[in-house]
Design a protein around this ligand. Sequence first.
Ligand SMILES: [Zn+2]
Ligand SMILES: [Zn+2]
Length: 139
Amino acid sequence: MVKSKVDLRQGGCLCGYVRYEINIEGSRTGNCHCRDCQKNGGGPFMTFTNPEDGHFRWLTEPEGRAYASDIAIRRFCIRCGTPMTWESAADANDMAVSTGTLDEPADIAIVYEIYTKSRWADIPPVPGARQYPADNGTD
Ligand SMILES: [Zn+2]
Ligand SMILES: [Zn+2]
């Protein structure tokens, strides 16, 4: 029997208003230790899943759009504040979902870490994850 290439999951924000569907087959998940993510997430890093093109769709779109830097739009739920996605301002297909918003995220492997130059001293590298001082781990 041929193994399915679909691992369809759903996720959403803390209050449940924003919902999405994602096929995580072929996706890559990593931690971003950049200062923007530390500010936006309020912790040492944010974890994002980069789906393949066409493998993500909103069921209920977030209304919040933060133009927090020249390169990215961060979308969030205006009702509960949950950070939902990072999207390239230049390329709508270049986007990533906050992995923690998946309904079942705990089995997803962290395969890369980026912006490790601003990693906090007490946060060790994830074993086996590729390490990048800046942003070159996302493609
Ligand atoms: Zn919400
Ligand atoms: Zn970041």
